[in-house]
Ligand binder design. Structure first.
Ligand SMILES: *Cc1c(COP(=O)(O)O)cnc(C)c1O
Length: 375
């Protein structure tokens, strides 16, 4: 190869990369306001367990040392807590990393990756980043449509991503529907069940995906410490799957992908059952209270199994925008939903009681005012 032939080729990223719309996280600041209520990123309302914070601080003594690349103690702690074989668990820098690695491991140019209409935006990013084609499949009443996914899956389909419960709709499908989905997909398609909000679910017929993983060799479940455990800033998640998929993820991930501090904090977080139970109880109570208050204010709130509620404005996109501006003027940050195909909605994270009440009373005030009544 000569230098001339090398320089003749223009520098360009791989196909698909420039199709990616960079992910935008929830806003955390409002210009001119120093105290804000941030209900835009579904972060755990209680924050982390004090034991997790202490473990994080203790990890500062060993910063010169590389982490345990296998996250062995953490995988054992996860295995003990959830009754799973640690050898079939892999940890990641957030579950986002693992969701992305599934695309890298199993999809490429010419392949299709399915996700649902209002599904998490990381899925099309993961697909495009490996040159695969992300395919959005319609939902039914803001819920994963099993029949539509089965009908759309074909020869080129390699992966189906679903979030269960889904963000931002809060809806879920039960174990029977999950099984029906798996049965209806071709065997060569891997079903990725993203259960980031599993701990918040109160529905009886829910399964986090563990049952499906145990029953099949082509299903993987992802989980996170970013939501109920309040450790979003540390970047730590995990996946449970069949040995052959876990092996692929272990080959693809960077050798030291989870920091020492993250591993230590996550282990301590798992051990603090009191904090966990309080976080669940708070969420269950506040989610119901917000749903009732916002419904009474005239908004349409689909039932949520997560730590957030989706609020649909009867007056449409302009009303949702005006409500968002009104909330900001009160120092309250929620999430606009245009990127998820729901521009007439806002998503409000379940926070502490006073945060939820502030958001709900501001929205009630807005709906009772000139802009609100326009709907
Ligand atoms: C928040 C969230 C995650 C978690 O991502 P991490 O990388 O683990 O912080 C995964 N999936 C969905 C649907 C989410 O909303």
């Amino acid at each position: 190869m000569t230098a001339a032939s090398a320089s003749d080729r223009p520098i360009a990223p791989r196909p698909g990369v420039l199709d990616i719309a960079p992910y935008e996280g929830g806003q955390s600041k409002i210009a001119g306001q120093d105290r804000v209520i941030k209900l835009s990123s579904n972060e755990g309302a209680l924050g982390p367990s004090p034991a997790a914070v202490a473990a994080f601080e203790a990890a500062s003594k060993t910063l010169a040392r590389y982490p345990d690349g296998g996250s062995v103690a953490l995988r054992e702690a996860i295995g003990t807590r959830f009754g799973l074989d640690p050898a079939r668990i892999v940890c990641g820098a957030g579950s986002d990393e693992l969701l992305g690695l599934m695309a890298r491991g199993y999809a490429g140019e010419g392949d299709e990756v399915l996700y649902t209409e209002h599904g998490f935006l990381i899925y099309p990013i993961a697909a495009s980043s490996v040159g695969a084609t992300p395919v959005k499949v319609a939902e039914k009443n803001l819920r994963t449509d099993v029949d539509a996914l089965i009908a759309r899956a074909g020869n080129r389909t390699r992966l189906v991503y679903i979030a269960n419960p889904n963000n931002p709709t809060g809806s879920y499908i039960g174990l029977d529907e999950l099984r029906r989905l798996r049965r209806g997909l071709p065997d060569g398609v891997i079903l990725v069940i993203d259960s980031a909000y599993a701990e918040f679910v109160t529905a009886d017929d829910y399964d986090s995906g563990v049952t499906l993983v145990n029953e099949n060799d082509n299903v993987i479940m992802t989980r996170t410490f970013s939501k109920i455990f309040g450790l979003g800033g540390l970047r730590i998640g995990w996946a449970y799957g069949p040995a052959h998929i876990v092996d692929v993820l272990n080959r693809l991930r960077m050798p030291f992908n989870v920091s020492t501090a993250a591993q230590a904090a996550a282990i301590a977080a798992l051990a603090d059952r009191d904090h966990f139970d309080r976080a669940v109880a708070l969420n269950t109570g506040m989610r119901a209270r917000m749903t009732a208050a916002l419904t009474a204010a005239g908004l349409v709130i689909p039932p949520s199994q997560g730590n957030f509620v989706l609020a649909r404005f009867p007056g449409g996109v302009a009303q949702a925008e005006a409500a968002d501006a009104f909330l900001k003027s009160r120092g309250i940050i929620v999430r606009r939903m245009g990127g998820y195909g729901l521009p007439d909605c806002l998503r409000v994270t379940v926070g502490l009681a006073e945060e939820c009440d502030a958001a709900c009373s501001a929205l009630a005030e807005f709906m009772a005012g000139k802009e609100g009544r326009r709907g």
